[in-house]
Design a protein around this ligand. Structure first.
Ligand code: OGA
Ligand code: NI
Length: 365
């Protein structure tokens, strides 16, 4: 690395009392991304699923659900189009969130995460020590009260309603979409449609994570988010047109770029849904890589059931040969506590703890 670049201050991710330099963000060499943010291979991308016509006939619905299950089985990821979330709601949240991230650091830090829960604003999480992610994160619970309290802390009176209203509307809309997807996955697996969603009631702790990755002078040695799987049931991700999300293909140990597609969401299966479906739906490791020129914005909405929900795959998805039970039963609350203790999710380590047959480990160090 050029010594000059190494010493360059990273203003966009530094607090006044702790100035970070580019070298603080350099990752271990074995994590350096060899596939660039805009490197896409035609015909080698996650499938596209359209929700158009889902209510037309039973046959059409059945076949759409089968296609969705097939994508979740093969890739753990798919792009969803004709999703029905209004463009106005999406544009509003993008504008408000950018307005927030554009504030001076001092003002954003009024909403900084405090205590043990990873909620609120954070830039360059120093708890991580090594391998600092190059990203600003805003993580909030779905609750209107929580969102309003956050907005009050960071914005003056004239602006605060803008952000909180946009967040509340957006979260409601994507949650409805998430329910539809989870019903279709249950249907496609031959379960009752509300098998996964009946325990997703009002008092659950669903949340949103908004990531903004500033331009990075050294994208070949830094990462926005390192390889991880999402612990929840389902993630609904909105990404802008910049590119940077990459999915790991276990078959041939390769990273595949997810080409941005206008008016679509990226859906991926979380660890909890993998366990719930006895490994039929796969939670796949992914990461976010950086670029030198542009900010990149992504928003992940994480669906989860109530804490007391037992994650135990139903008898329809088990048979002694060839599909014995793969994961021991756990509750979502228990799993969430494990994740919080771990601080940082690396690869797919959290779920492996519940494997019944350890030779099936998902994550090899
Ligand atoms: C996440 C995530 C990917 C992206 O927030 O869990 O994987 O493209 N984000 O930002
Ligand atoms: Ni993720």
């Amino acid at each position: 690395m050029e010594p000059q670049l190494e010493q360059e201050h990273v203003e966009s991710l530094s607090h006044d009392d702790h100035k970070l330099c580019v070298k603080d963000f350099v990752w271990c060499e074995d994590e350096w991304p060899s596939v660039k943010h805009d490197d896409f291979v035609d015909g080698d991308d996650i499938p596209i699923i359209s929700l158009c016509g889902s209510s037309e006939t039973d046959e059409r619905y059945d076949s759409m659900c089968q296609d969705m299950v097939a994508a979740a089985q093969k890739w753990g990821f798919f792009k969803l189009v004709d999703h029905g979330v209004s463009q106005e709601i999406i544009q509003d949240i993008i504008d408000r969130v950018n307005e927030f991230f554009d504030l001076p650091m001092q003002q954003k830090l009024k909403g900084a995460r405090t205590g043990n829960l990873p909620l609120g604003y954070s830039a360059s999480n120093l708890d991580y020590g090594q391998n600092l992610p190059w990203v600003e994160i805003l993580q909030l619970l779905r609750s209107s009260q929580h969102v309003e309290e956050f907005s009050q802390k960071v914005f003056d009176y004239s602006k605060r309603r803008g952000l909180s209203n946009a967040l509340i509307k957006y979260m409601k809309a994507v949650e409805e979409l998430g329910i539809t997807v989870l019903e279709m996955l249950a249907h496609g697996l031959g379960l009752v449609d509300d098998f996964f969603t009946r325990s997703m009631t009002e008092d659950t702790n669903m949340m949103i994570r908004i990531n903004r990755y500033p331009p990075c002078p050294l994208p070949e040695k830094c990462l926005g988010l390192g390889s991880h799987s999402d612990p929840h049931t389902l993630t609904i991700l909105l990404q802008d047109q910049v590119g940077g999300l990459q999915v790991h293909r276990d078959d041939d140990d390769r990273w595949v770029g997810v080409r941005p597609l206008a008016n679509s969401f990226v859906i991926n299966i979380g660890d909890t849904l993998e366990a719930w479906s006895n490994g039929r739906l796969r939670s796949v490791v992914h990461r976010a890589v950086l670029n030198k020129e542009r900010n990149r914005l992504s928003m992940a909405y994480f669906m989860s059931p109530t804490n007391a929900t037992k994650i135990e795959s139903p008898p329809q998805l088990l048979d002694p040969e060839p599909n014995p039970r793969k994961y021991a039963c756990f509750t979502w609350g228990e799993f969430k506590m494990e994740i919080l203790k771990q601080k940082r999710v690396v690869g797919k380590t959290a779920l492996d703890r519940y494997l019944i047959d350890l030779s099936l480990r998902n994550w090899k160090e």
